[in-house]
Design a protein around this ligand. Structure first.
Ligand code: BEZ
Length: 210
């Protein structure tokens, strides 16, 4: 059975472009994004890793450490990083795991045999500081991921971890949020001093808490 939300993120020790890393130790008290791509020296993956590098400040201001993984060897990763830096005008300085033995891919169910028998699909896991899986998405090789969307869901996950709110469709940081159904309106009025917009008894908005 694959990984599910709320499961502990499997730990591993692996060779990466930033040295050998024990995953849980590396994350420490940070949030984590672990994402796989099918292979080195491929065009969509090149843009994805470049985009991630260019968003470095956005990940670090959210206290998120990013790690990429593919089943190619370390020397290939290191050569490919030069190409990514050159073509995407960035500096890749997050670890890329060399998962030649497919150990990380197996732990995270990143090989989907009906898509490709040997390469990882585009899996992405967001891991909380408690090392639990908070979100995962899986894209096929042909479709590059949207890393602004990844930041958006991290904003939602971090907000909803700390307040009794949920975020509506297409929500972006700073917009109104929804009071969770489990909270009574009486309690919500006390908890959210900026006020409530009660559209239906079950659909109650409040400005984003600080
Ligand atoms: C790519 O990253 O460009 C890619 C990889 C495998 C299949 C198709 C595209």
């Amino acid at each position: 059975m694959g990984i599910r939300l709320g499961d502990e993120a499997p730990n591993f020790t692996a060779k990466t472009t930033e040295g050998t890393i024990n995953f849980h130790n590396y994350l420490g008290s940070s949030w984590g994004v672990l994402f796989s791509h099918p292979a080195d020296f491929t065009p969509v993956c090149t843009t994805e890793l470049g985009r991630t590098a260019l968003l470095k400040e956005e990940f670090s201001k959210r206290n998120v450490k990013v790690l990429a993984v593919s089943v190619d060897p370390l020397d290939k990763h290191l050569q490919w990083v030069n190409d990514i830096n050159e073509t995407q005008h960035c500096i890749v300085d997050f670890p890329i795991i060399a998962d030649e033995n497919r150990e990380v891919a197996a732990l995270y169910d990143m090989i989907h045999p009906n898509a490709s028998a040997s390469f990882t699909v585009r899996s992405l896991f967001i891991i909380g500081p408690d090392k639990k899986i908070k979100l995962f998405i899986t894209y096929p090789a042909s479709t590059g991921r949207n890393f602004v969307e990844v930041l958006r869901v991290i904003d939602s996950l971090q907000l909803t971890a700390n307040h009794s709110v949920a975020t509506p469709a297409d929500w972006k940081a700073g917009e109104d949020v929804i009071v969770v159904p489990a909270m009574s309106t009486e309690d919500a009025l006390l908890k959210f001093p900026k006020g409530l917009n009660i559209v239906k008894p079950y659909l109650r908005y409040t400005p984003q808490p600080e």
